[in-house]
Design a protein around this ligand. Sequence first.
Ligand code: MN
Length: 740
Amino acid sequence: MKIKDDSWISPRDMRALLSSYRKLLKTNTEERDEADRMLIRKAMDTAIEAHKDTKRKSGEPYIFHPMAVALIVSEEIGLGTTSICAALLHDVVEDTELTNADMDLLFGKKIARIIDGLTKIEEVADMSTSIQAENFRKILLTLSEDVRVILIKIADRLHNMRTLESMKVSKQHKIASETLFLYAPLAHRLGLYAIKSELEDLSLKYMEPQIFEEIELKLKKTKAVRTRFVNQFILPIKRSLDSTDLKFTIQGRTKSIYSIWKKMLKKNIPFEEVYDIFAIRVILDVPIEEEKVTCWNVYSTVTDFYLPNPDRLRDWITSPKANGYESLHTTVMSPSGKWVEVQIRTLRMDEVAEMGYAAHWKYKESVGDSNVDLWLNKIRELLENPSQDAVDFIDDFKLDLFADEIYVFTPNGEVKTMRNNATALDFAFEIHTQIGATCLGAKVNNKLVPLSYKLNSGDQIEIITSKKQKPKEDWLKFVVTGKAKSKIKTLLREEKRVHAEEGKQILKKQLKKLGINLSETNIKALRSFFKTRNQLELYYGLYTGKVDLNKTSKLKIINGEIIYRPRKRPSSSKKLEEMVTKARGQSDLLILGQDMKDIQYELANCCNPIPGDDVFGFVTVSKGITIHRTSCPNAIQLLSNYAYRIVQTKWTNQESLAFLVGLEVTGIDDLGIVNEITKIISEELNVNMRSISFDSEDGIFEGEIMAFVHDTAHLTNLIKKLRKIEGVTQIRRIDSEKTD
Ligand code: MN
């Protein structure tokens, strides 16, 4: 490998870098072809170029870090080209001007996605606001579509722990405790035993340096005695196994410093009393089909010499641990009266135990990307569904995936936990009532979306507000959080009250002109005449114009008092009566779209109801039943004067009577345009939208709306209205939704 510009690096560092690079190319070579090597080279060049002006705290060139992470990923975890490249590039987007789009362009979607996940985790992790580790774990998992993200993150952390020396003490403590709390259990969970132990030991070294050194020293001092003991202990076993043609190794394995310390704490004992400072490990080299029987044979040999403790037999061969660990453990009594743990496993099991599932694939016949994917899927599965027999691991790592929770981000990277199905508007209210109340729309991952947009985990949301915006009744139809719902209701009520007060003044003035007082009885008469539920509704109706005082000319006024008695008129036509009875059926409710064969009905032209509207049926003499919206301008008159001809009506279900249409809208980009479109669709036309998405580039925006309309006339109306919006240049009907 040649590097064009090497002025930034000393010859010595350059040699070290090149040697690491060669080492990197030498690992897992069987999985790599020429194209892979080229890609790694390109990632290496990109990383060098990106980091060449940066140094680590230790003073060494920054590139040493991604290089080391790539090596861990490859050598110690056993991942392939994709992960090596992502590891080399993992700090590039965060630290330089290169964007994720650049990564996509240069290295493809797969690698770019992993880098994106790593960058996001970095942002969460570096936030000044402290988030709870449990939350962080969940975030980590939700952000990591691809488990490789977590594995590379662990490798990243391992290298940072290995080089923690050059950090300030306060930083050392923070990083070390985070590692112990989060990364070590994660590594454990993923079966990366060796990495887990190293992370724990390194954490302890920085968090409790005195304890660490003390244990380390005592281990060193007792080493000779231990070695002698181990040699004596294994001698009879070794002799016995030597007499067979079994290939095996047997050795004493010392516990990690961290686990010794934990034991001391847990049992409240000094170092000297920790009986299982070491274990004996027998590793057998046998074909996979002979594994189980051979392990049990060795167990039998061991127990020929030493008495086992039946309570301490663990068979993780028959039922492996959730992270893939397989081994046969027994604890036996040594002649000197000491309990000794003996671990019996095969070479394959041992590698799996040290390296995790990555090692599995070494033993499969075909090795390739698909196998790596299988492995990653397996890990994903483990993360998501801890198996039932894996109680140990659930204890270690209390991870429940909250299916009903999502994690989203504010523009400056703060995490918010929201319930599943929460919309952009819910998020706005989550941040602040005022932001919710004036919310116009939102940008999710830099893409403009409507208020009703359903958020996904990992989304970054920027809320767009406008002083002119006001809470809308419609909002209640799509918000899901209790907070947003109650706030909207309160705000609407407040607004209504203010307007009702204005309405009251209007009423007062107008009645005064007619010489009528705003008396209790008059209000009652007006309320019943206009069919309003209460006084507030009456006043509010005056404000909105729904209540029209001109209609009161039909009312009798005697001595300044309004006389109104609702009357019931007898039916004038028998046919009509029949029809009403028929329509009412047994349930007293006309269900549109259900058993409508013998009932003739049509939708009123005046209000053009569409599925989902509150409607009622009105029995006409000639046309059967006409369906009106309850908010129809004619409704009040019909309801009050012809109550006996009204049939309560409901739609069965919206989709059955409506059909989905797709519209493609093109225009000149302007923040207001999306809002205008959604306003027209949902407010003016009351069309049920299934989805709406907008894309904008270079001042041109393209939108796709999927909505339910009743018929073509309705659609025409919709298109006509949308066309009138300033900035809209083209509307086209499309046949179906885009997939993806
Ligand atoms: Mn890093």
